[in-house]
Design a protein around this ligand. Structure first.
Ligand SMILES: [Zn+2]
Ligand SMILES: [Zn+2]
Length: 124
């Protein structure tokens, strides 16, 4: 198993793609370390579904932020399933992929990325 992986996300403010990076920490939990504008050569993004192995233990590192706008959080869209950067603490969310918007519901939990924060989806 690799000791790092990348997700693929979009910046809410400018719509550009970036790659949240997780590193396996010394305590065996996955740490969200950096938002990178480009993938390193040879790396593939795992996509919004997660990397396919157990990442139930995870946390966000203090240095993590969106590389385009500096947002320190991201949200998993309840409609299209993709990830968009997000201001930490803000209740309202707009998906940069499909335009879905609404209040954030739920929390990030579970063994994969499927249980992440979702939008209730008032747009249609
Ligand atoms: Zn951003
Ligand atoms: Zn969406």
């Amino acid at each position: 198993m690799d000791n790092l992986f990348f997700l693929e996300a979009k910046c809410k403010k400018c719509g550009k793609v970036f790659y949240p990076r997780y590193d396996l920490g010394a305590d065996d939990s996955w740490v969200l370390t950096y938002g990178q504008k480009e993938l390193p050569v040879g790396q593939k993004a795992a996509g919004a579904g997660g990397p396919g192995f157990n990442i139930s233990k995870r946390r966000t590192g203090p240095q993590y932020k969106c590389p385009w706008c500096g947002n320190t959080d991201f949200v998993h869209c309840g409609r299209c399933g993709k990830i968009t950067c997000h201001e930490s603490g803000s209740e309202n969310f707009t998906c940069a992929h499909c335009g879905n918007s609404g209040k954030i519901t739920g929390t990030i939990s579970g063994d994969d990325m499927k249980g992440m924060v979702k939008s209730s989806g008032s747009g249609q």
